[in-house]
Design a binder for this molecule. Structure first.
Ligand code: AMP
Length: 453
């Protein structure tokens, strides 16, 4: 991003001195490509997802963590891996000017994912001591990818991590299976149908070293026929060849050795148990031994949930074990497993519409005639305390306009507030769908409106 500081301040000056000007379409300031505004009523779907996530993850005893959206670049270089697409091509990084002249400028990065930040926080705050080993997060992430449907430069992830010393059972295949079963439960609760869980084990560091060597040897005679990225990956980090999307490279990739042949006995057994527990928990999965995930920190179990309706960007979520991540960030040896759901894609694959999950006003309060606004706002305050959604009209509106506005907003009732009503304490409550009108005493209004909620 650099810091064209002077250009910014010059520009600000220009705007200030010239003041607001009529704008043409060309001059209009728009959201940056790859970012977007989430507007109502769609935001109701996002709220519905996030509320359900809190309930479901809460039932598995996860607690929320919020980490900063920017961190030292080195965190991602070390945590995610220099050779990954994310770190080598996609990060939004800038040099932060040191406060004092003598201070070195620091490289900072908008987080491209949240696991590295969570593990950093875990180490920094010694969460191990506090027994906080099940954490989840919801928030924006940033990657400079080519924007398309389902792929944005600012996107949102919902993730969870189980971290902790091996003595806490964090290495157990039970944790892997529990996390996957939790995801299946969440998707079911959200009404997302037609998902597929793809599962693989990419072994421990030693397996990966042997496998990488086998890949290097297999790639050596053919790498010249591959894309530039793969030629580089074949030398520096052959596993990353599986991230390649170039169609011409796929037949070569298809012929490469398979990770399943390189797992040592403990990893094979671990994976076997994950599969067994999942099967007995009734979570369906398919095996995919080409699934290696685009981040270097993964070990053993790797998984993705895909959804047919999403098109080219069909992964709703991905995750896996990262038993060595904490140590690579200078922390204690604490095995972990986690996942990140793409919230943008999850919302796209919901079977529900925004209408179905939004709250419409329960009542439209229509103050009729001069001096009625004060009474109307008092009534609105009373009703809203009972968790009733109330929208307020204005005393200058005629009754017809008030009823039309209430209907347009989708309110269930109109509550008419006129001089007569105020003096008697009995109000006209009109059902806007049926046209039926009742007289209701002030202290019974909330009950009458809620009865139909
Ligand atoms: P990753 O962190 O790459 O494992 O991604 C986890 C999930 O985040 C993916 O399965 C996607 O659903 C989502 N995701 C990743 N990158 C993007 C993006 N640029 N735009 C939207 N969603 C994304």
């Amino acid at each position: 991003m650099g810091h064209p500081q002077s250009a910014v301040s010059q520009h600000t000056l220009l705007v200030r001195t010239t003041g607001p000007q009529p704008t043409t379409n060309d001059q209009m300031i728009k959201a940056i490509r790859g970012t977007r505004d989430l507007l109502p009523p769609d935001t109701a779907l996002w709220n519905f997802v996030e509320k359900t996530v809190g309930e479901v993850f809460g039932a598995y005893n996860f607690q929320e963590i919020r980490t900063p959206i920017f961190e030292a670049t080195e965190l991602f270089a070390r945590g995610v891996g220099e050779e990954t697409d994310i770190v080598s091509k996609e990060m939004f990084t800038w040099e932060d000017r040191g406060r004092a002249q003598s201070e070195k400028n620091q490289l900072l990065t908008l987080r491209p994912e949240n696991t590295a930040g969570v593990v950093r926080a875990y180490i920094e705050h010694n969460l191990q001591q506090r027994g906080l080993n099940k954490l989840y997060y919801i928030g924006p992430q940033f990657r400079r990818e080519r924007p398309q449907k389902g792929r944005y430069r600012q996107f949102y992830q919902i993730g969870a991590e189980v971290i902790g010393p091996a003595s806490s059972g964090s290495e157990s295949p039970m944790r892997d299976a529990e996390l996957l079963e939790m995801l299946a439960t969440l998707l079911d609760r959200l009404g997302v149908t037609g998902w597929t869980l793809e599962l693989n084990s990419i072994g421990c560091a030693a397996d990966r070293a042997r496998y990488n060597e086998a890949l290097r040897q297999a790639l050596d005679p053919v790498k010249d026929k591959m894309c530039g990225d793969c030629q580089r990956r074949a030398v520096t980090n052959p596993l990353r060849v599986f991230d390649c999307k170039v169609p011409e490279d796929q037949p070569i990739i298809e012929q490469l050795p398979r990770i399943s042949e390189y797992l040592d006995e403990p990893c094979r057994q671990h994976f076997g148990q994950v599969k067994e527990i999942l099967t007995s928990a009734g979570v369906p999965f398919t095996l995919n031994d080409r699934l290696v995930r685009g981040l270097d920190y993964y070990t053993r179990t790797a998984f993705e949930f895909t959804h047919g309706a999403l098109g080219a960007q069909n992964a709703i979520l991905g995750g896996g074990r990262y038993d060595g991540l904490s140590e690579s960030l200078g922390g204690p040896p604490v095995p972990g497993i986690g996942f990140a759901i793409g919230e943008d894609r999850l919302v796209m694959s919901l079977g529900k519409t925004a209408e179905e999950v939004s709250r419409k006003p329960d009542v439209y309060i229509a103050p009729l005639g001069a001096g009625m606004n004060k009474e109307a706002i008092r009534l609105a305050r009373e009703l809203r305390r009972h968790n009733i959604v109330a929208e307020l009209g204005d005393e200058t509106f005629r009754l017809k306009k008030s009823l039309e506005t209430g209907s347009k907003l989708g309110a269930k009732y109109a509550l008419i507030v006129g001089e007569n009503e105020v003096s008697t304490g009995v109000f006209a409550l009109k059902n806007l769908a049926t046209g039926e009108q009742k007289s209701v005493a002030r202290n019974e209004l909330a009950g009458a409106i809620r009865a139909s909620q």
